[in-house]
Design a protein around this ligand. Structure first.
Ligand SMILES: Cc1cc2nc3c(=O)[nH]c(=O)nc-3n(C[C@H](O)[C@H](O)[C@H](O)COP(=O)(O)OP(=O)(O)OC[C@H]3O[C@@H](n4cnc5c(N)ncnc54)[C@H](O)[C@@H]3O)c2cc1C
Length: 160
């Protein structure tokens, strides 16, 4: 059976989690599909000495401050832990081990398939993989714009 939801968010990194926050605020049903086993894993795998080049005060996602001194430069594990805590704090629905391998338009929205063969349909799709598909220098600004666009799109298709 093909599962349905209003919005599928591909990727549960910074962009996907922030989009999830805005979608939850708008009370739009959504599901985040992430290829990895755990939130923040891509950061945990990076080299040990990695520190962000932006201080904590500019590294937070919406509505949850990065812990510690706002002027410190968080290490990669602190980033991973913060992201995991963020997903937990806002109870964001994430399906792990779900690498999206195809995305097709279909009537009323999109059909998304994962590597394991699961198929889902949604009215809209948010691609949260900006490391792969860079769109601009201000991540959260773009996420907010995209999430607002998707909220409008979903409301429009519901009304039709
Ligand atoms: C080494 C490094 C240091 C950085 N330092 C800073 C910094 O100090 N300050 C700053 O502001 N920015 C920094 N950036 C940039 C910042 O990390 C990115 O802008 C941000 O991570 C992009 O977030 P994202 O959610 O789009 O992508 P990502 O964080 O890459 O997350 C993408 C998520 O999508 C998942 N995914 C990928 N492909 C699929 C698929 N096909 N199906 C399902 N899930 C998938 C991955 O598992 C991952 O969880 C740094 C980037 C790097 C690489």
């Amino acid at each position: 059976m093909i599962e349905r939801t209003d919005v599928i968010v591909v990727g549960g990194g910074q962009a996907g989690l922030a989009a999830g926050y805005y979608l939850a605020q708008a009370r739009i049903p959504f599901l985040i599909l992430d290829a990895d086993t755990r939130v923040g894993e891509s950061w945990r795998r990076r080299w040990d000495s990695l520190e962000l080049f932006t201080p904590a005060r500019y590294s937070a996602l919406p509505e949850l401050a990065f812990p510690g001194d706002p002027e410190h430069y968080p290490g990669k594990d602190a980033v991973a832990d913060y992201l995991e805590h963020y997903a937990c704090a806002f109870e964001l629905p994430i399906r792990h081990d779900s690498r999206v391998v195809s995305l097709e338009r279909c009537q009323g929205g999109y059909r998304v398939a994962t590597e394991s063969g699961d198929q889902r349909r949604s009215r809209a799709v948010f691609l949260g993989m900006m490391n792969q598909y860079s769109r601009g220098s201000s991540l959260i600004y773009w996420v907010k714009l995209d999430a607002a666009y998707i909220v409008d799109q979903v409301r429009h298709t519901r009304a039709a």
